[in-house]
Design a protein. Sequence first.
Length: 104
Amino acid sequence: MSRDLIPFILLSAAVTFMPRLIPFLLKGLDSLPPALVRFLRLMPVAALGALIFPGVLIDFQPSVLAGLAGIGISALITYIRGGMIIPILSSILVTFAVIELSVL
């Protein structure tokens, strides 16, 4: 790695870290309205969904069924159980299994 890249890497790290640090520095976040708290809690899920769903349809064009199967199992497990880790891992496993089975 070139030494010229180190300042860019450090700057990128600082820019990424700042939005995560700001909520801890602000004192008034404890008294937010409940609707705003719910909105802020659900925003990352909505953003990820908006970013991931089109990618699945575009990147899995030879096997759209694999991507849709992964999304479907993830949505089902999330609806039944909640959480993030198990739905994501199950989505990866199902997508991989459908791709591998379609190759055979």
